[in-house]
Design a protein around this ligand. Structure first.
Ligand SMILES: Nc1ncnc2c1ncn2[C@@H]1O[C@H](COP(=O)(O)OP(=O)(O)OP(=O)(O)O)[C@@H](O)[C@H]1O
Ligand SMILES: [Mg+2]
Length: 366
């Protein structure tokens, strides 16, 4: 799949702009603070209905404006698909897919797919388990609406369970909790099962991508620590039992101490934990390998690759890794952003160069 056109209205530093992309490699280039990342961010927004870097929609509306609109057309196996998202400062969001308004936010998922990487994604390797769960949730939600809805329900029930745990009346807790837990575990079963499957698929591919990017020098292994395996029902049952035995702990904590909201992934490079021992470049390569592996899971699921958005990635890698990366993305549409293009790295490869200046984008000659 590849995005053909992107239109922005009052999005970040863009007033009104239309950008045309080609299949293959596209490079948004220009000086700092011109709108390269903003354009890349808008593509991801069109795929998922939210920004990969701002946690509130209103932050991406152009300063001084009340609403913004992003629309775009992508070419897919099944023909062109168009998506339009309109949102305002009061958190009202309207989504159209192929000209028809959809009523649930989740319906935007799976129409145009993308994998987004920017330097902040290093958090995936370096920081909290929450960042790693976010990676799983974003990817799995795009690939399966039922995952997205299970996650929504799970989070809602979890927060109700946590409120109940703080109730001073212990007998109310003991009476009501099993009812909540049954619902909670049903959703947890779906989430954990999907994550287990995803991680089993992605681990060998990430290893292969990492080996390639590191020029055969580094072996990456992924380890998960959910501790729940089997079918959805088996996972739900095991978790239900563990919640029962863990009730005293949860009462003491005042929140639920186990479940998919506590999952984590470990990245092991040549036998050592990358988070503790890895260099910046190695950590970056791990995150990148994971994202490249993620594109393969989209291919396996949908029969076509997602759009790969690589914001500011090249400048952070040495030339060997840059060349390897460019070779590794030949088969899909990639949107790079970069302040300058190193011709020696791109030698012999075709690319579409787009120059970004103060919220205006021009198709440029190479
Ligand atoms: N809501 C907003 N309204 C108006 N302008 C905004 C808004 N949010 C961000 N900007 C502006 O957008 C400009 C460009 O940001 P962007 O992150 O796209 O730059 P860039 O071209 O990727 O630069 P760099 O090379 O430094 O990464 C910034 O100067 C920022 O102030
Ligand atoms: Mg940028």
């Amino acid at each position: 799949m590849f995005i053909k056109s992107l239109s922005l209205k009052n999005f970040r530093n863009y007033t009104e702009e239309n950008i045309t992309f080609l299949d293959g490699v596209n490079i948004l280039t220009g000086q700092n603070a011109q709108g390269k990342t903003n354009a890349a961010e808008a593509i991801f927004f069109l795929c998922t209905g939210y920004s990969p870097r701002a946690n509130k929609d209103k932050l991406v509306i152009k300063n001084g404006q009340d609403s913004a609109e992003i629309s775009g057309v992508a070419s897919s196996l099944y023909g062109d698909v168009s998506v339009k998202v309109n949102f305002n400062k009061n958190d009202k969001k309207t989504i159209h897919v192929n000209g028809i308004q959809v009523l649930k936010i989740g319906e935007i998922l799976g129409n145009i797919n993308s994998v987004f990487f920017n330097p902040a994604e290093l958090k995936l390797v370096q920081e909290s388990p929450e960042d790693r769960r976010r990676f799983l949730n974003i990817s799995l939600s795009q690939q399966s609406k039922s995952y997205f809805y299970a996650l929504q329900r799970y989070n809602k029930i979890l927060s109700q369970r946590n409120t109940l745990l703080k109730d001073p009346n212990i007998s109310i807790i003991r009476e009501t909790l099993p009812i909540w837990d049954e619902q909670l575990c049903k959703q947890a079963g779906k989430i954990i099962r999907a994550r287990n499957e995803f991680l089993t698929k992605i681990a060998p591919i990430a290893k292969e991508k990492h080996l390639l990017l590191s020029d055969g020098k580094e072996v990456l292994d992924l380890k998960t620590e959910s501790g729940y395996y089997g079918t959805e029902e088996e996972i739900a049952y095991a978790l239900f039992e563990d919640l029962k035995t863990g009730l005293d702990r949860d009462l003491r904590l005042g929140f639920t101490g186990i479940g998919p909201h506590r999952d984590d992934i470990k990245f092991i490079l040549n036998g050592d934990d990358v988070r503790v021992y890895g260099s910046q470049g190695q950590q970056r390569t791990v995150a990148l390998s994971l994202k490249l592996a993620e594109t393969e899971t989209f291919f396996a699921r949908f029969g076509e690759y997602p759009i790969l958005i690589l914001d500011d990635v090249l400048s952070e890698l040495d030339k060997t890794r840059q060349r390897k990366l460019i070779g590794a993305v030949e088969h899909l549409q990639t949107i790079f952003t970069a302040t300058n293009i190193d011709r020696t790295v791109f030698k012999g490869r075709a690319y579409n160069k787009l120059t970004v200046t103060a919220g205006k984008v021009k198709q440029a000659n190479k």
